[in-house]
Structure formats: C-alpha cells, structure tokens
Design a protein around this ligand. Structure first.
Ligand code: HEM
Length: 392
C-alpha cells in the first residue's frame, strides 16, 4: 500500500480517517518510506499503541516525539528549547522533572481554577457573541487556553495581549505545512519573567519552579524556560483544536446538543475521542530489536503512533466515525498512555466543559457561515478557520 502520512495536504484537503481505516485493516504495523529520511513504522491499532506507550524502556521519547522529528530537514524551531524537557525525557529523569510541575495539575489544584476559567469564558463569549458572525477558531477557541496558561504560570495580565500578538504566527498558522515560527519569542519573554520572579516570588507556577530542585541542584534557568514553553505549546494548540472541532461536531449533529447538556462531562469525553485534537502522531524510538504484531522493529528505528486512528479502532469503538455524546464506555487515548500521560488532562477537560456549558446557555443556535478550513500541517490535526453565525 502506498500512502504518504507526512503529506500536509492529506490533513488539509484529504480524508486521513479513510487512510487510517485502511491501514488498520490491511497493514496495522506499516513500514513507511520517506523521501528525505530513513523511513519509519506507522502504528494505527489501539492495542499496539497502548502496548508501545506502556513500555518507555523499549520505546523512548528522547529521539523526539513529533512528526517534525522524523526528518532532519524539518526540525522544529523550538527544538533547542524543548529538546530536553518533559516530553522528550525518559525515566528516571522524567519522573523527577514531572514531579516538580505535577502539583499544579492535580485534579484538586485544577478544580480551584474553575471560577477563573468561568470568568475568562464569560469575557470571551461576551466579546464574541456581541457580533452575529464570528470566526469560532480565532474569536473563541484560540483565546481561552492561552489565557488559562498565562494565569497558571503567572504571566501578568498587562503582558498578555502583547504576548498573544508576539506568538500570533503560532496561532495564525503558516500555510507551507512545515513548522512555524512558533514559540521563538516565548523563551526570551520567559527569561525575563523568570528573572523577575527570582527577585520577587509570587503565588504562581513560575515562582515555584524558580525555587525548585532537581537531582539535588536548583532547576536551571534553561530547564525552567523549557518547561514554560512546553506548557504553552502542549496546552494551547491541543485544547483550542478540541474546542473548535467539538463545536463543529455539534453544528453537524444538532440532535447531540440535548444529551450533551444533560451530561456535559460525558460529552467532553466524546469530543476528545471524536476530535482527537492531539498532534497527528506521537513518535517513539526503539532501543532494541522488538516484534510488534509479527513485524520486526529494529533498534534505532522510529515508531509513529496515530492516536486519532486508535480512537476510531473498530476493535474498541462501535461505529467510531459517529459522534455520540452518550457513548459508554469511552476509553479513548487522546491524552496518551503510560509514562507521558498528559499532565494537563484535568485542566483541558475543565476548559472544554465550562466553554460548552456557557456556549449552550447563551447561544440558541450556531450555524456555519462559510467554509471550514483545515490546517495544512502534518504536525497538528486541526481546523484554523470556522466562520459561524450565532443566534442568541
Ligand atoms: C485537549 C487538550 C490536550 C490534549 C489532546 C493533550 C494531549 C497530550 C498527549 C497525547 C500527551 C503525551 C505525549 C507523549 O506521549 O509523548 C501530552 C503530554 C503533555 N501535555 Fe497534554 N494535551 C492537552 C492539553 C494539555 C494542557 C491544557 C496542558 C497544560 C497546560 C498540557 C500539558 C502537557 C504536558 C506538560 C505533557 C508532557 C507530559 C510528560 O511528558 O510527562 N496538555 N498531552
């Protein structure tokens, strides 16, 4: 079977779910050739992805975890910053690094953020719904996760607008399918904020990190900045995609609204499964020769895990292409599995739940007012324009 899973047009204009369905059925551990690289394995079945993610000794993250790490020519501009932080670190350092940030993300710590999340959502929807026609991506979805991460890290409110503009290339998405000039300004911003918090600590995550120790030493400034940038990158694009994709799913399936209002936490799980707003695939590198479903994966080879495919695997989900907010059980793997399970899962769930709660309260009806544009990228699986008309 000849497929090119690295072609950004597949995600902008094609039907990647049809390609993944075919791979699951005919070649679930597929050797994928590359024009500019050594090739890689594409894993599309739920059980294989779960097994690989649960074995961080055989399948490490240090070789890079996103599609751009497959090809030396498309290295991420963030690579220098993100090169050795949480996502790309393996046990035992990984466990110690994760413990430093974990306490800000426990379900209890996150539930304390709910009043702030609700006030941020209220502000965003008051602004957006004052107009009849809006871009639901730019005017609603893109704004919320950014603001929440700023609040958590302790970015002063007066700095947020300038920072939002500084990273807007990241939000606006370039159209060449490659990595964007994303977080380049974030490291320099965080460098000065870390300095300010070292002089005058406040009640925020950056101040906690500045005083934290790792392996008996103070967490270095480079490690602190890398963690801050990671939280921005990991927490914004994913959550905004979930919100935009979830809204589109409701627009396309109006009868799903009523059961969603009746049980919003359950509907959030279906949004997460159906949209799978993660990077198109997560990468691991094999440390030894190992067999998966009868195929020999050699030490040093890259293995790509296609989460959106696993979330529609017919062995686990009946009628997986259907958006069904009453689906139970719903054991999706949108937040990953095992060692690197998403640190921000509770926070993402909270943001999505509160956002849809307030949208359903305020908007009688939301309809498309133009073409939905899918992002031309082989890194994120996302929508980056969604004109809608809102009737209150
Ligand atoms: C719907 C929204 C989100 C989705 C789908 C998502 C998905 C994921 C996935 C699949 C991973 C595992 C990566 C791997 O195995 O290599 C991950 C890791 C991570 N996520 Fe999320 N994420 C979301 C929201 C957030 C938020 C809001 C934050 C924080 C503000 C966050 C912070 C992180 C961090 C720090 C990691 C690295 C954890 C580690 O390596 O130990 N994520 N996320």
């Amino acid at each position: 079977m000849v497929v090119d899973l690295t072609d950004p047009d597949l995600y902008a204009r094609g039907d990647p779910h049809a390609v993944w369905r075919d791979l699951r059925r005919h070649d679930p551990v597929h050797w994928h050739r590359q024009r500019h690289g050594p090739g890689f394995w594409a894993i599309t079945r739920y059980s294989d992805i779960a097994r690989i993610s649960a074995d961080p000794a055989t399948f490490i993250s240090a070789g890079g975890t996103s599609t751009m790490d497959l090809d030396a020519e498309t290295k991420s501009p963030d690579d220098k910053v993100l090169g050795r932080t949480l996502v790309t670190t393996d046990p035992p350092r990984h466990n110690r690094l994760r413990a430093l940030v974990n306490k800000a993300f426990t379900p209890r710590a996150v539930s304390r953020l709910e009043p702030y999340v609700r006030s941020a959502v209220t502000q965003i929807l008051d602004d957006a719904f004052a107009r009849e026609e809006i871009d639901f991506f730019a005017d609603v979805a893109a704004r919320l996760p950014f603001d929440i991460i700023c609040e958590l890290l302790g970015v002063p409110r007066d700095d947020r607008l300038a920072l939002f503009r500084a990273i807007s290339p990241f939000l606006e998405h370039t159209d060449d399918g490659g990595p964007r000039a994303t977080a380049l300004d974030l490291p320099s911003y965080f460098l000065q904020l870390v300095g300010r918090r070292a002089d005058a600590p406040a009640d925020d995550l950056i101040s906690d990190l500045v005083g934290a120790e790792l392996d008996g030493e103070r967490l270095s400034t480079a490690d602190t900045i890398a963690l801050c940038v990671l939280l921005f990158v990991a927490g914004s694009e994913t959550t905004m995609n979930a919100i935009t994709g979830g809204m589109l799913a409701f627009v396309e399936n109006p009868p799903q609204r009523e059961p969603a209002v009746a049980n919003l936490p359950r509907a959030v799980e279906e949004i997460l499964r159906y949209v799978s707003p993660v990077m198109v695939s997560i990468i691991r590198t094999a440390t030894r020769d190992v067999e998966v479903r009868g195929q020999l994966i050699r030490a040093g080879q890259k293995v790509t895990l296609w989460y959106p495919s696993a979330n529609r695997d017919e062995e686990v989900f009946a009628d997986g292409d259907r958006f069904d907010v009453a689906r139970t059980p719903n054991e999706h793997i949108t937040f990953g599995f095992g060692e690197h399970f998403c640190l921000g899962a509770s926070l993402a769930r909270l943001e999505i739940r509160v956002l849809f709660d307030e949208v359903f309260r305020r908007a009688g009806d939301v309809q498309l007012a133009g073409d939905v544009r899918r992002l031309r990228s082989n890194i994120f699986f996302a929508i980056d324009r969604m004109p809608v008309r809102v009737r209150r």
